[in-house]
Design a protein around this ligand. Sequence first.
Ligand SMILES: Nc1ncnc2c1ncn2[C@@H]1O[C@H](COP(=O)(O)OP(=O)(O)OP(=O)(O)O)[C@@H](O)[C@H]1O
Ligand SMILES: [Mg+2]
Length: 251
Amino acid sequence: MADQAATEAVSPSPKPEAQSPDAILECTGLSRDFQSGETTLHVLRSVDFKLYEGEIASIVGSSGAGKSTLLHLLGLLDTPTEGDIFYRGRNITRLGQEAAAKVRNREFGFVFQSFHLLPDFTALENVMMPARIGAGSMQWMREAGKLEARAVELLTRVGLAERLTHVPSRLSGGERQRVALARALMNEPAVVFCDEPTGNLDSKTADEIFVLIDQFNKELGKTFLIVTHDEHIAQRAQRHLKMTDGRFVPA
Ligand SMILES: Nc1ncnc2c1ncn2[C@@H]1O[C@H](COP(=O)(O)OP(=O)(O)OP(=O)(O)O)[C@@H](O)[C@H]1O
Ligand SMILES: [Mg+2]
């Protein structure tokens, strides 16, 4: 507690620009507290982190270490208590809702353990959804054909050319995660955040998902940040990090 107070006392004031031109995404002094009744939970404790352009970085750590919290903050799904986040040198920490949604939609992709697919939509419709959300109605009318072709190409890349019209309930877990991966890439994001992407899959299927991530990294230059409990997947990333109790510790 005293330690945390000391950290907060010396927290730097918000900086307009990132210090590191080599990082595509960077956070400095990032903290997230949650209130639980009278108690304040210091879930992230002044975290400094850089994600380098073109890399696959993995984060492991025990349950409750703060991995998902960090991922949500970096992906602008949550707002920090303290600290700053920079994307390509721009401070994106406290954007308004609309501006944050635009960054999320255009620059970031997300893959979650439980897939988060829309149950009533086909694989193809699910993959097209980020484009549909991001485009205005005029743009959608103009470009729907082109965007559908892109979604078909992505689903073909992940091996689902024969499953375009299947709804999620007619797909296996591995196939659902392939759809989620294709959806994450639909708007050609620079960074893809994966939170336990193989958590619901057997080890062979998990490996297949990692092979696809690796291909998207190598062939399309996408940067991946993967949170995982699977040491085998973590070790296949190019850089390995470990969190304990809201901080990075030596891996
Ligand atoms: N919205 C919230 N309100 C209160 N506490 C929260 C909230 N979200 C997360 N926490 C707490 O923050 C801590 C870290 O949660 P987080 O989900 O980041 O852990 P994690 O490292 O991803 O764990 P796991 O490996 O189990 O997914 C946990 O103790 C959790 O209970
Ligand atoms: Mg988690």
